[in-house]
Design a protein around this ligand. Structure first.
Ligand code: PLP
Length: 278
């Protein structure tokens, strides 16, 4: 496996970052995960735009322009044999003596790697996944795709310890998102999602879901969603770059709707597969 680090392509075992990198010391960085189908990054412009927004929000200058990122990712992907991959890109504020305030004149650390993206397991598609409800205990800048993921990591671990695949988080009683996914509620044929605000990471699949719903003639509405509405959902869905769109068929040990992936999931999943290859 070859990775990119600060201008070089090298074997992952040889890639080294100094211990004073602020990514290591403070989690002071941002990242992206981009699916690549048949060698082509999917929704590339949107991922780059989100990276740009995350960088701007934390005050790190974008180290590369669009052409630079595109060339980097194309070269990385071309060095691996897998037809489908997902690329991880990370920018940290760089290496400096430990001090909370931003250092001056420091070059950001730029890292990228790619992994094989096997098709989502048929068993997951057939049965859906289970989730648990949790209070959202993270900070108030969840719109930044930050590498500071301790809140997400702890939430996911609680889900795993409860035998579930993901958590569905609530802040002040309102649905936010999963530990690494956006959550959608289907009720009476309408797809509901939480508003795009500082309490959720706006997945690239937010825009995609809007397109897929429109194409499928399904109404979609973004608004605040209370816990009772999630419990009463006909279907519950999660989306992410690597999970695409999955049905959550069990929440807190109880079946969601019929307890099987539902018809709306089915339509959206099919539409997703078409969009992937379009
Ligand atoms: N919310 C969180 C916290 C995430 O980590 C992710 C990414 O996996 C998402 C939502 C979904 O975003 P995307 O659709 O861009 O993968």
């Amino acid at each position: 496996q070859i990775v990119y680090l600060n201008g070089d392509f090298l074997p992952i075992e040889e890639a080294r970052v100094p211990v004073l990198d602020r990514g290591f010391i403070f989690g002071d960085g941002v990242y992206e995960v981009v699916p690549v189908y048949g060698g082509r990054p999917f929704r590339w412009a949107q991922h780059l735009a989100r990276l740009e927004r995350s960088l701007a929000k934390v005050g790190i200058a974008n180290p590369l322009d669009t052409a630079g990122w595109t060339t980097l990712v194309d070269m990385l992907v071309a060095r691996h044999p897998w037809p489908d991959q997902f690329v991880y890109m990370q920018v940290t504020r760089g290496v400096a003596r430990r001090d909370h305030a931003f250092p001056k004149g420091v070059a950001p650390t730029v890292f990228a790697m790619t992994s094989e993206f096997p098709p989502v397991a048929p068993a997951l598609l057939a049965s859906g996944v289970s989730a648990i409800s949790l209070p959202d205990e993270r900070w108030l800048h969840c719109d930044i795709k930050s590498t500071s993921l301790l809140g997400n990591v702890m939430a996911r671990q609680k889900a795993v310890e409860a035998g579930a695949a993901e958590c569905v988080m609530f802040r002040d009683g309102f649905l936010t998102e999963g530990s690494a996914s956006n959550i959608w509620v289907v009720r009476k044929g309408t797809v509901f999602g939480p508003p795009r605000d500082n309490l959720v990471l706006e997945g690239i699949r937010y825009g995609l879901m809007a397109e897929l719903c429109e194409r499928a003639g399904l109404p979609m509405e973004l608004r605040r969603i209370v816990h009772a509405e999630v419990l009463a959902a006909d279907e519950l869905l999660l989306t992410s770059a690597t999970k695409e769109v999955l049905a959550i068929t069990e929440l807190d040990g109880k079946p969601v709707g019929s307890g099987k992936p539902g018809p709306i999931w089915n339509r959206l999943h099919e539409a997703y597969q078409q969009a992937r290859t379009a």
